[in-house]
Design a protein around this ligand. Sequence first.
Ligand SMILES: NC(=O)c1ccc[n+]([C@@H]2O[C@H](COP(=O)([O-])OP(=O)(O)OC[C@H]3O[C@@H](n4cnc5c(N)ncnc54)[C@H](OP(=O)(O)O)[C@@H]3O)[C@@H](O)[C@H]2O)c1
Length: 405
Amino acid sequence: MVEGTPHRETQRRVSILGSTGSVGTSTIDLIAREPDRFAVEALVGGANAALLAEQAKTLGASFAAIADETAWPVLRDALAGTGIEAAAGRDAVLEAARRPADWTMGSIVGAAGLAPTLEAVRRGGIVALANKEALVCAGDLFTEEAERAGCRILPVDSEHNAIYQVFDDARREGIDRIILTASGGPFRTLSLDDMARKSPAEAVAHPNWSMGVKISIDSATMMNKGLELIEAHHLFAMPEARIDVLVHPQSVVHSLVSYVDGSVLAQLGSPDMRTPIAYCLAWPRRMDTPVERLDLAAIGQLDFSAPDIRRFPCLGLARQALRAGGDAAPVLNGANEAAVEAFVAGRIGFTDIASVVAETLDRCPVEPVTDLEGVFAADAKGRRVAEDVIAGFGGLSIAHVGAAN
Ligand SMILES: NC(=O)c1ccc[n+]([C@@H]2O[C@H](COP(=O)([O-])OP(=O)(O)OC[C@H]3O[C@@H](n4cnc5c(N)ncnc54)[C@H](OP(=O)(O)O)[C@@H]3O)[C@@H](O)[C@H]2O)c1
């Protein structure tokens, strides 16, 4: 587990990379409730300049950066005369991540978050990590950078945050396995034929969580759980064979740690990202949140079952990539991002996402990765090969994917 600098009992200076997204706005909701406790250094958005400017003004941020350069005029005009510095483009995003802050939320979506999140990691302090794709792609290189910089990584993903809360790192020889829970997404009970007909709007409609488009679709394919499995491997230094997945449709038990004496410790709560975000914001203390309190008597029953790898092959593909090592995880991630974009654009069907990722992995022999350039190259290769697969797509059978696992 990545250790870091000790906590300081002063006002926390925070930056949010991806402030305009689902995790970003939840983070701002909590910060705005305790304005004396937090000062905002930098905010980063992708393309939504109007919301970014409004957030920067409300929170009195020092710096606002927008990744999309075409959105610059909107940001510039909205912040004119406020004294808030602003800039646009990739370098501006990296500059925001480098600015002095005690605490940074890494909540940019996708591999686009890797470079800025790493800038924040290199600066040290605390990085609350929501951007799982950064860890999936860079893996050990990412955690080594954190250790070198004395940066403490706090997991924001509700599952990893739950594990972090019940994982006895000082006596890890007593830990047998970790168990990630999965809601199963909106298509949990559907046949493959029914899933194949589902639209992007139906895939995004998650039963329990309100999230961004990409992670919602990843939840529907269960690639999200596959990415989380790789994330858990790196965060908790657990081998793939000792990480289990358990389907739990109510999303109340956020994950579990199983000990060698038979004890199983879990963290529970209402499905609201403000709980794990608050844990990270206040760490090592706790802070109040407006999250609905868990009423187990009202819920009455919690259900659990094993995942069905045949209907949700992405989970098996992620395990396959983690076992393969080398550049397989960034290739898997790049291929998945390309496939999800193609699905959202109506170019492929829902079940084709897994087929595209499987075929991309088949076409890319595993190569070693020794540096970050190698990670970016693997990400680009995964996208490029996936685009080739999509372009020549003749309706690969999902059975082809199932057979690979
Ligand atoms: N949502 C959840 O409940 C949840 C839970 C656990 C983990 N996560 C993880 O947290 C991350 C964010 O998820 P989300 O649901 O918050 O996604 P989201 O709602 O789509 O937000 C993504 C954020 O990234 C920004 N962005 C996109 N491309 C960018 C780029 N090239 N450079 C800089 N910023 C860019 C977006 O800006 P614009 O909107 O301005 O374009 C937005 O602020 C993902 O990795 C996800 O897997 C999310």
